[in-house]
Ligand binder design. Structure first.
Ligand code: FAD
Length: 417
């Protein structure tokens, strides 16, 4: 079928879905529909506004080493014109601490020197799709560090990884940690003032992408996809059933584990995808500290529910200000509610009169564990690409970050469209 006549449905209007839909239109596809369950596009790019200034409840920055994001920004003529982020490490009582204690600095530099040579042995990390994964990468990141005797790097990675809600390195396989935070990104993190942020929020990216896409259906959750006898795909929402030639799914996949045309193995595997339960809170408060602070002691699993990182994003006055806080859900058996824990933390940081303005819960950072990787999860997923004209993208296929999602989405188009 020629491109102008081929009808393509893209499920999900986050950065992955928008990059795919825009790319299809550029390639000559004239019938492209995005189905988005919520009333807005952007997914995990989620900008809110307060007194004329933008704040982020989802993704908030890019790194200079993230070349796919950089290229997309050039293409859309979007500049990194947002506030500079600073980062200071604190203890829970609001006192500044060193990220790496002085006595470990020498070991840290030695380990950092060794890291590029070690990473070079893992050629699968360079692949865009997750295939031919070396077995050591399937182990938890903590075990991978032990194998390579990366004692200090392990804690430094915890700071950058766990702090943003990406999980516990005793549980998450090394593959994800090293795909999300490769050597260049790690180095970019250390040179923090070069972060990209956007004055009009990270959703400037998704707003700009959406301009060339005519058919975006908001508030339309895809509940099923059926394979019709003529070989076409019927996309079902609560309101209608529409026919397409090809469907690209960019959303969390386990909600579709019931599709009738998937074999039992596929159905079971989709139900093994795990997530972090992570919250972002916007509080109005007085005596808000300036800048962006990480509370390193809250990164251990025993402190789950406490603030991992906070930021005030813009220059602040002495008046009431907005502070953004990040925290995992407290353990299931916690005696305190999430907000009781957060308000207690704010008070220890010296913040006064906190008042919740907005909050957002995320099913964050999808992954499968070591045994599922060893069981060939990604071989199965890649083998399913294009079967029955259904294609898979989004975070579990790309691994998290705006840059990785853009990269995988473009690669999917190059391979199949
Ligand atoms: C708190 C937080 C902070 C982050 N910080 C950063 C950062 O600073 N830098 C960075 O690079 N990355 C960051 N990320 C990660 C990054 O935002 C994501 O990896 C990326 O935006 C995912 O894009 P996506 O389109 O694949 O998925 P999503 O953004 O999740 O989009 C999926 C879309 O599908 C829709 N949907 C779901 N089910 C259905 C259905 N059945 N029918 C129709 N639509 C459906 C959803 O509503 C959503 O809009 C962060 C993420 C979070 C949550």
């Amino acid at each position: 079928m020629n491109k102008p006549n081929c009808k393509v449905a893209v499920v999900g209007g986050g950065i992955s879905g928008l990059v795919i839909a825009e790319g299809l239109i550029k390639r000559g596809y004239e019938n492209v529909t995005i189905f988005e369950k919520s009333e807005r596009i952007g997914g995990k790019l989620y900008t809110i506004w307060y007194k004329g200034k933008s704040y982020e409840l989802g993704a908030s920055f890019g790194l200079p080493s993230q070349l796919n994001l950089k290229r997309l920004m050039e293409q859309l003529d979007i500049k990194a014109d947002g506030p500079k982020l600073s980062r200071i490490n604190y203890n829970a009582d609001g006192k500044k601490t060193m990220q790496i204690p002085k006595e470990l600095l020498k070991d840290f530099i030695d380990e950092l020197d060794r890291l590029p040579d070690v990473l070079e042995k893992y050629s699968s990390l360079e692949n865009i799709s997750l295939q031919n994964i070396e077995s050591a990468l399937m182990l938890t990141f903590s075990k991978w560090c032990d194998i390579h005797q990366f004692k200090v790097l392990k804690t430094v990675y915890v700071h950058y990884f766990t702090i943003f809600g990406l999980g516990n390195i005793e549980e998450v396989p090394a593959l994800y940690v090293l795909k999300i935070m490769n050597y260049d990104h790690l180095m970019s993190f250390m040179r923090l003032p070069e972060f990209s942020t956007w004055k009009d929020g990270v959703t400037s990216l998704t707003e700009a992408l959406s301009k060339s896409i005519k058919d975006i259906r908001l508030g339309q959750r895809v509940i099923d996809i059926l394979l019709a006898s003529n070989g076409k795909l019927h996309v079902k929402t609560p309101y209608e059933v529409l026919e397409y030639d090809r469907v690209i799914i960019t959303t969390p996949l386990e909600q579709f584990s019931h599709f009738h045309f998937w074999d039992r193995d596929m159905k079971e595997r989709l139900n093994r995808i795990k997530y972090q339960s992570f919250n972002v809170y916007a509080f109005l408060a007085n005596r808000v500290p300036k800048g962006c602070g990480c509370i390193l002691e809250n990164l251990s699993p025993s402190r789950q529910g406490h603030i991992t990182i906070w930021n005030t994003r813009w220059e602040i006055s002495n008046d009431e200000e907005l502070i953004i806080l990040y925290a995992y859900d407290p353990p299931y058996d916690s005696k305190l509610s999430p907000l009781e824990i957060i308000i207690g933390d704010l008070s220890r940081l010296g913040v006064e009169n906190p008042r919740l303005y907005q909050a957002k819960h995320w099913k964050h950072c999808p992954y499968v564990d070591t045994s599922e990787l060893e069981n060939g999860f990604y071989d199965k997923m890649e083998a399913m690409q294009g079967k029955n004209n259904i294609f898979l993208a989004g975070e579990i296929m790309s691994t998290l970050s705006i840059d990785n999602c853009i990269r995988y989405s473009i690669d999917l188009l190059n391979r199949f469209f």
